[in-house]
Write a protein that binds this ligand. Structure first.
Ligand code: PLP
Length: 403
């Protein structure tokens, strides 16, 4: 007899971005040249001073289990970061460190959801939110936030979606996959709605905080609505800002009871985050923040080039994102067109497959992020790749005939 899997795991979809990474890897291993715009991570390397801090930590013997909540030096550095970058005072006792922001989001839902509890997920959303909610017994309530409103949640839509079973609202700003950034006014309007519904907690995922462009400003909801402190989990991490995805360090700040419950889960799960990576993260947060600004400037140039090249392609429409490192491109203009092989492109998934086959360019389909017909293209890749990939996409689009 074979092993039966749990209902819990059967409910779970594999991560679309991890699946895309695997598929690109397989095509490349088979000898195909693929320009990869699926990447959800910086192509840049971790700055040298952070790597040096990790080596120093190893040499100093920081190679043991740490406190489950994280080493005091890192939690204090995180508290200093909150004050410096976000203008909020957070007691290090209310900070917890995990193996990436993803783990903390997972454990926060594991710690709070009972079967049938609802979590409001504005869409387009980061692929993992609905599945992390479902695997923990919750019900994701997807609220479409259309392009016409800048892919931002409106206070009216939020008010209408709240029920007695609502436990959480997730806000992700700057957002993956759209790059939408919530400004002070919109945050004030949304948090006002939450003021009227004290049973709803706020999870604010700020992992792209430092990647904002033009006149966009990152504002944490807690700065606008400090009264929510007792029901807000602020999630952030080292992955995107410091090009540290593989180090797996995320952190969160929240009410003591929730942080304690997450710590209880981590204690039975991973014990603690990697001790060496924690030391490196403390050095990163306390070190020269110029490296972060330099990376953001680099991404802005890449964004501008990608927007310029794709904006000139008939059938594609893309606004310039104000944050993160993705373009969420509207492909409605390609739907219904016919490929040279006679296939009619009916969905964004079909367009994604056409780009992979005909242009050798890997992108993500909008459906995976809850909105169609769109594609997500990452510009966290070299300018040379951006130029080659966009050229190939333009040529592939030019070969399409109207059906
Ligand atoms: N939140 C969002 C919106 C993301 O896009 C990602 C990674 O892609 C994460 C969280 C996870 O980050 P980490 O590497 O810290 O687990």
């Amino acid at each position: 007899m074979s092993i039966t899997l749990s209902e819990r795991v059967n409910r779970l979809k594999p991560s679309a971005s991890i699946a895309a990474k695997k598929r690109v890897g397989e095509l490349q291993a088979a000898g195909r040249h693929i320009v990869d715009f699926t990447l959800g991570e910086p192509d840049l390397d971790t700055p040298a001073f952070i790597v040096d801090a990790a080596i120093a930590a190893m040499r100093a013997g920081q190679t043991h289990y740490t406190a489950t909540q994280g080493i005091p030096a890192l939690r204090q550095a995180i508290a200093r970061k909150f004050l410096r970058d976000n203008g909020i005072e957070i007691d290090p006792a209310r900070v917890i460190v995990g193996n990436g922001a993803k783990q903390l989001i997972y454990e926060a839902f594991a710690a709070t959801l009972n079967p049938g509890d609802e979590v409001i997920v504005p869409s387009p959303y980061w692929v993992s939110y609905p599945d992390i909610v479902s695997v923990n017994g919750g019900r994701p309530v997807i609220l479409p936030c259309p392009e016409e409103d800048g892919f931002l949640l409106s206070p009216e839509a939020l008010e209408a979606a709240i029920t007695p079973k609502t436990r959480w609202l997730i806000l992700n700003s700057p957002g993956n996959p759209t790059g939408a950034v919530y400004g002070r006014e919109r945050l004030a309007a949304l948090t006002k709605v939450l003021d009227r519904h004290p049973h709803v907690a706020l999870m604010t995922d700020e992992i792209y905080e430092h990647l904002v462009y033009d006149d966009a400003e990152h504002v944490t909801p807690l700065k606008v609505a400090p009264q929510l402190a007792e029901r807000c989990l602020l999630v952030n991490g080292m992955s995107k800002a410091y090009a540290m995805t593989g180090w797996r360090i995320g952190y969160a700040a929240g009410p003591a009871a929730l942080v304690g419950a997450i710590a209880k889960l981590l204690g039975q799960n991973t014990t603690c985050a990697n001790s060496i990576a924690q030391a490196a993260a403390a050095a990163a947060l306390d070190g020269d923040q110029g490296v972060v600004a330099a990376m953001a400037a680099d991404y802005r140039n890449r964004r501008d080039r990608m927007v310029e090249m794709l904006g000139a392609v008939e059938g594609l429409r893309c606004a310039s994102p104000r944050g993160a490192f993705y373009l969420f491109v509207n492909v409605a203009g390609l739907i219904g067109r016919r490929t040279p092989e006679g296939v009619v492109l009916e969905t964004d998934l079909a367009v994604m497959e056409y780009f992979l086959d005909a242009a050798g360019v890997a992108v993500m389909d909008g459906a995976s992020y809850g909105m169609s017909p769109y594609l997500r293209l990452s510009f966290a890749t070299s300018l040379a790749d951006i130029e080659e990939g966009c050229r190939n996409i333009a040529q592939a689009c030019a070969r399409l005939a109207s059906a």
